[in-house]
Structure formats: structure tokens, C-alpha cells
Design a protein around this ligand. Sequence first.
Ligand SMILES: [Zn+2]
Length: 241
Amino acid sequence: MVNAAGKFGPYGQPAPASATGVHDARVLPGRGQTGAELVRSRIALQVRLTSVSPGDRLPDAGVLAEELGIGEITVRRALEAMCQDGLLDRRRGRTGGTFVAQGWDTIVPALYDEGEAASLSAFHLLLECGLVAHAAGEVPAGRLGGLQALVDEMDQTEHPGQLLMLETRFHLDLAEALGGAGVRELTADLLGRLCLVQPTPHLDVVRARNRCHADLLTELGRGALDPAVQAVKAHQNTHPG
Ligand SMILES: [Zn+2]
């Protein structure tokens, strides 16, 4: 296609690239993240899931590249950028490598972005409502057993990190139970990004949300679509109070 200026490419001037730095919350984020963003969000998710902790050594770039299905050079650049942000530490020498920074929990709040958090949360809500509606009345009884075990475990734990880890696992496993492995990956993208842009929810909020988890499983189990969707929405609307 040739535009009015006689050149290939889009008509007119490209839209200014977010000159104000304000994220447009009307644009719903999908899987559109770059390789570097994928590295970032997956490392953040693994920290939330306590698969790695501050001070732990990360797998080599080649291993990460293979696991994420992206190029090793992209992984190296992403790790370098995370080092510059203070999220990771590079150490040289025989015991060297790339480590999760000891100060991870104090660095992350500098990255909070209310607009992006609202946008990601809105998309996650739509995704879960859609999954619940899609699966309504067709969830085999045994499929929800693992999710119920997570709800029970959340009720019993006093440990904040454990509670947040179980909260995240619930939503990943819910996505897989209702939508399959691909939807789990999409959910992992969203939740990993949220770990970096949204303040950690207050533990009382997470406990209240666990009541919504329990309600959701009950309603899914009896195939009640409207109450199940209401439980998903109530989860999102749980705030400290
Ligand atoms: Zn939850």
C-alpha cells in the first residue's frame, strides 16, 4: 500500500508513544508482551510462587531461553536490564551467575504503576468470567479437587509469603482447569506482570478473597453460572475495610 506521501507505510503521523507516560487503561493487554517483558514477568511470577527467593541463583540464560521459547540474546538483554533496575544481581567468578537481588521486595514498589495494574486486573477479571461462563455446567466433579485443597491450605496458613503463593497458584490452576494449558500460560503472563506493578494485597484481603474462591468452587460444582460469575466479581471487589 502506498500512502498519500507516495511512500510505503501508514498514513499520517504515528500516534505519539505515550508521551505522558500514562498507561491507557482502556487498552486491554493480551499476550502482546515482548520477549524481554516475558523474562521479567516470569521471573516475578517465580518469586511470587517461591520457586526462587531473593539471593537465589537463576538458571543460565540458555536454560531460560529454552524454557520460555525465546532467543538467548533476548534473555541476556532482559537479565541485564533487570540488573540495572536492581531486581537482579550479577556476580562474576566461579560461583558467579545471575541472582535474585536480596532487596527484591524493596525494589519492586518503585515499579508500581496504577494504570497498568488496573488494566491487567480488568483483563484478568474478564478472562476468569469468560472461563467460568464457558465451563459452566460442564466441569467434571474431580477437576475441582485440587483447587479445593488450595483453598483449605490458604485457610490454614499463617505465613504471608505462603498465602500469596497459594493465592497465585489458585488462579493459575483455575485457568488450567477451566481453559487448558494455553489459558494457564496467558494467566501466568498477566499475574507475573501484576506482581511488578501492583502493591501486594493486604493479608486480610487475601483471606477474604479465599472465601470467594470457596464460593466459586461451590457454584461451579453445582453448575450455577450466575452465582459463579458473581463470586469472581466479588473476589476482584474485595478491598481492605
Ligand atoms: Zn484469588
